[in-house]
Design a protein around this ligand. Structure first.
Ligand SMILES: Cc1ncc(COP(=O)(O)O)c(C=O)c1O
Length: 374
């Protein structure tokens, strides 16, 4: 009989960012310390009204509704209507505790619903939690390669994998590549193969060549859009996300998530309403990110000789550096700055690095000065 010390089962792999720890002392040696461009964690302030709502909701005592308060779901409905001109009944919207937990747990709920299927399809170079959610559910993670323009090459999906498909993830704008996908094509592919399409749209407010798009513009049937206030409103610490779309899928997820106790705290739900009803702070944030993207691309491009294009969306620079780990080490040593080697996002990214422009201007200028480009 196995003992409680038996370790032959699942061992979590090292968390990607923990693998960067060995470079931190190199960067910390610089006057002014490490400048961290590795994790996409917002640093700018949320609006005052959001902070005020957190402290004045009176929602601390009772349990919050797992699916989200009616006030929050109607605020989400208003935002979807205003932002995308799409009408979603509030019954077809549910909230999550930020979207990472939603992404990481979704496959186990889908597997229970469709025990005859076991495969999660996701972009080959992408946010690692799509793959990890499949692994944690004992499912098969199957990467979908990119087409030449960076969108998903849906024609490359093996029909045998599609037949076993529990879900197809799309992510537009993409973390890390910044590419935009054809969400209409993804919705049509899902419907024709009877595979639900989950569209992670958490960077939708940050597009640089035209408005951000939602898969919901192509009808709600068979699709679920996933959104977060972490990036839109600099609220990653408050944990408010949501999912919206297909009536049956959303209802199923609302119900199963109630049983697990997935609840966004009441004060956070109140803060979410205040954030959603305000667009001014989003416009200010867009300006900040665009300015930083331009400046960091200029500095790192001149320093390294890499060709660094601005992304179509998101707040990451993603470029071919020859060898992602070697570039990361050299930049830590010479510029005191930390970035993410591209293999964090899939083996296809090994030559690349990702730079999250989540540092204030004066920290960016500090790196520029260290690299002789101040
Ligand atoms: C593509 C993508 N999806 C989801 C998330 C999760 O964000 P949160 O859990 O804060 O909503 C992130 C965070 O970086 C992300 O890049």
């Amino acid at each position: 009989m196995a003992s409680i010390t038996d370790r032959s089962g699942f061992v979590p792999p090292p968390y990607p960012y923990d693998r960067l720890d060995r470079f931190k002392p190199l960067a910390e040696r610089h006057d002014g310390g490490l400048v961290d461009f590795s994790i996409g964690t917002p640093i700018d302030p949320p609006p005052d009204a959001v902070i005020a709502a957190l402290g004045s909701s009176g929602a601390e005592r009772g349990y919050p509704p797992s699916i989200g308060s009616l006030d929050l779901r109607t605020a989400l409905q208003r935002w979807i209507g205003r932002r995308f001109d799409v009408v979603v009944p509030e019954a077809q919207i549910g909230v999550c505790i930020g979207t990472k937990e939603f992404v990481g747990t979704l496959p186990q709920w889908l597997r229970l619903r469709r025990p005859d299927r076991d495969t999660v399809l996701f972009p080959a170079v992408s946010y690692p939690t799509y793959e990890m959610g499949a692994i944690l559910a004992g499912c098969r993670p199957v990467p979908v390669p990119p087409a030449a323009d960076g969108s998903l090459d849906l024609d490359a999906i093996d029909p045998a994998d599609a037949d076993r498909g529990l879900a197809l993830w799309v992510n537009s704008p993409s973390n890390p590549t910044g590419a935009l996908d054809d969400l209409g094509e993804a919705a049509a592919w899902g419907r024709s193969h009877d595979v639900p399409v989950f569209s992670d749209e958490c960077y939708v407010e940050f597009t640089w060549n035209g408005p951000g798009r939602t898969i919901l513009e192509h009808g709600l049937e068979g699709v679920v859009a996933v959104h977060s206030l972490s990036k839109r409103s600099n609220l990653a610490g408050v944990r408010v996300g949501f999912y919206a779309g297909d009536a049956e899928l959303v209802h199923y997820l609302q119900e199963v998530r109630k049983h697990v106790g997935m609840m966004v705290p009441g004060p956070a739900q109140a803060a979410g309403i205040a954030a959603l009803d305000d667009d001014t702070h989003v416009a200010i944030q867009r300006e900040r990110y665009l300015r930083r993207l331009e400046r960091v691309a200029d500095v790192l491009g001149r320093w390294s000789g890499s060709e660094i294009r601005l992304p179509d969306g998101g707040f990451y620079l993603w470029f071919d550096a020859g060898d992602g780990w070697a570039f990361t080490e050299r930049l830590a040593a010479e510029g005191g700055a930390l970035v993410s080697p591209g293999d964090f996002y899939g083996a296809g990214g090994a030559q690349f690095v990702r730079v999250a422009v989540v540092q204030p201007d004066q920290r960016i200028e500090l790196v520029a000065a260290r690299l002789g480009l101040g």
